[in-house]
Design a protein around this ligand. Sequence first.
Ligand SMILES: [Zn+2]
Length: 61
Amino acid sequence: MIQKNMLYVHCPICGREVCKSGEGTNTEQNCPKCKSVLSYAVENDTVRVHVVKASDKKKVS
Ligand SMILES: [Zn+2]
């Protein structure tokens, strides 16, 4: 068995690391920092993050 790499999922709103996730994942989760609702999928070693509901907190940059 080949151990699949776990990929980091980052919130596109605030940049916070939300979790690590493996191939085939398709999950919806709240960002622990800005509370945006994110959905993400891992396919072919690529993380695709979609913002379901953006937080009303603005990104501090
Ligand atoms: Zn966030």
